[in-house]
Design a protein around this ligand. Structure first.
Ligand SMILES: C[S@@+](CC[C@H](N)C(=O)[O-])C[C@H]1O[C@@H](n2cnc3c(N)ncnc32)[C@H](O)[C@@H]1O
Length: 257
């Protein structure tokens, strides 16, 4: 099933991985890719009409029952595997809210750096680098979807492109987008210091060296006034009632992604 360039289709690679998982007894003998996938969002590969061929050292795997032994077998036997993480795709990594601690997936093998190149409606791409053991997986809505939502909000609401706040900025995609859209200044804030480190890296990678300020605070403790727009992008399920109230005091327009 190899392409002449040597790459294998993703579903063949995933089947190879599942075979190892079956042999190691961490999934039942009758396991299927749909039910026992070692990556989230498995619909991408088993439903694709155009098989995706992937190269060596490209896949980051995640499963709650991975062990050190399984991880080293996968890294040795499946050339496409770049990193093996232990954890549940349902758990939030990073910091859920002000009352929570910081969670990580455990790295069992390899390097968890992931680079996402995102298309935008500006015709310009945004590059986001993350460490998948520390950064949340966008399951409910992809970051590209969020950028489209923000783009439509700006287009439909005639927002002044002065000062914007990206109040829970994470890796910085939304604020970076606002700067690329022409906002004079973006105030980035996130409660998790690991996100702030990633944000600084992403600003540099996207060629942004001015027009921003960075805070590492709970949004509840951020004191900024007179902004034109505040963007709130909390994790699903977090109660953002107070956060939105505070955003409305600080900015003329508030958009909840
Ligand atoms: C869904 S993510 C944001 C994703 C972000 N738009 C991006 O491009 O990566 C939610 C973010 O909210 C941050 N967060 C959680 N509680 C917070 C709070 N009380 N104040 C500020 N940030 C918070 C988390 O650290 C996380 O980075």
């Amino acid at each position: 099933m190899r392409c002449e360039c040597g790459k294998r289709p993703l579903d063949i690679v995933m089947s190879h991985i599942l075979k190892v998982m079956i042999e190691e007894g961490i999934v039942p003998e009758k396991a299927t890719l749909r039910r026992n996938s070692p990556v989230p969002l498995s619909g991408f590969y088993y439903s694709s009409l155009n098989p995706q061929f992937i190269g060596e050292q490209t896949l980051i795997l995640l499963h709650p029952d991975f062990t050190g032994e399984v991880a080293s077998r996968l890294a040795d036997e499946v050339p496409e595997v770049k990193c093996v993480l232990k954890g549940s795709p349902q758990s939030t990594v990073g910091q859920l809210d002000k009352a929570s601690g910081i969670n990580h997936f455990e790295i069992l093998e390899g390097d968890d750096t992931q680079i996402n190149v995102m298309r935008t409606l500006l015709g310009e791409k945004i590059v986001l680098v993350k460490n998948q053991s520390k950064h949340h997986i966008e399951v409910a809505m992809t970051t590209e979807d969020k950028l489209v939502r923000l783009h439509n909000y700006l287009n439909n609401n005639n927002i002044k492109k002065g000062v914007a706040i990206d109040g829970m900025c994470g890796l910085g995609a939304l604020g970076i987008y606002l700067l690329k859209c022409g906002f004079e200044k973006v105030i980035f804030n996130d409660i998790n210091p690991e996100m702030i480190e990633a944000l600084k890296n992403n600003l540099e990678i996207n060629g942004i060296s001015e027009g921003y300020e960075i805070f590492n605070l709970g949004f509840e403790d951020l004191e900024v006034g007179n902004a034109d727009l505040c963007v709130i992008d909390a994790f699903p399920g977090v109660d953002i009632g107070e956060i939105v109230k505070k955003a409305e005091e600080m900015a003329d327009d508030v958009v909840v992604i």
